[in-house]
Design a protein around this ligand. Structure first.
Ligand SMILES: Cc1cc2nc3c(=O)[nH]c(=O)nc-3n(C[C@H](O)[C@H](O)[C@H](O)COP(=O)(O)O)c2cc1C
Length: 188
């Protein structure tokens, strides 16, 4: 093991998710999608998540105004569209148009969700915590959608049926194979 000269954050793997938001101007909806990997779970009663967005990004500005956002879990099938969502800016382009992603309406919030993503969640903004370069948005999940084709006999998503993406070190990876169930060594 060698010590690095500079501190690095090699926390890995990180998820690759798509965050949707909508700016409504009169009758016109400006819908947006951002690719995000700095994301995690904060709590489960209720279900709280966090997404971290660089200060000044269009998505962050909209979410602060509207206090709601969609969390859409894509698969490797759409790596190109994901990369486009992560390298273009919603104030300059319509990402639904340039990627060809199909939107469907969230039920409890005024935000588009993404048909091509097997999991979609509606979130209301709980808090925004400011750091040096990024802001952490915590959101409460208030509705969850799962593509019926990926459900197992118990009604839970079978992640073996989809090919999720991970973000590592500025690279896209897929997850490999299932090795076992949680607590397979026995809960003490
Ligand atoms: C795989 C991937 C992960 C990303 N993760 C983040 C992230 O966690 N936080 C962030 O601020 N930007 C992240 N980005 C960059 C944003 O998606 C990018 O700045 C995008 O242009 C933001 O969209 P907007 O300007 O429409 O808000 C990521 C990009 C990619 C491709």
């Amino acid at each position: 093991m060698i010590e690095l000269k500079n501190v690095k954050n090699y926390l890995a793997p990180l998820p690759v998710i798509l965050i949707t938001s909508r700016l409504q101007e009169g009758n016109i909806n400006k819908d947006n999608i951002a690719a995000i990997s700095w994301a995690g779970i904060c709590d489960n009663t209720p279900h709280l998540i966090n997404i971290n967005i660089a200060k000044g990004k269009y998505s962050g500005q909209i979410i602060k105004m509207t206090k709601e956002f969609g969390v859409c879990i894509p698969t490797s099938k759409h790596i190109k569209e994901i990369d486009i969502c992560g390298s273009t800016h919603g104030n300059a382009v319509n990402k639904f148009e340039i990627t060809g992603f199909t939107s469907f309406e969230a039920k409890l919030i005024n935000v588009p969700l993404i048909q091509e993503c097997p999991i979609n969640m509606e979130c209301t903004l709980e808090d925004v915590i400011s750091f040096e370069s990024h802001e952490m948005f915590t959101g409460k999940i208030i509705k969850t959608y799962v593509d019926e084709n990926i459900l197992d006999a118990n009604g839970k998503p079978d992640f073996g049926k989809i090919d999720l993406l991970a973000y590592l070190n500025d690279e896209y990876w897929t997850l490999g194979r299932k090795l076992g169930n949680l607590f397979y060594t026995g809960k003490k």
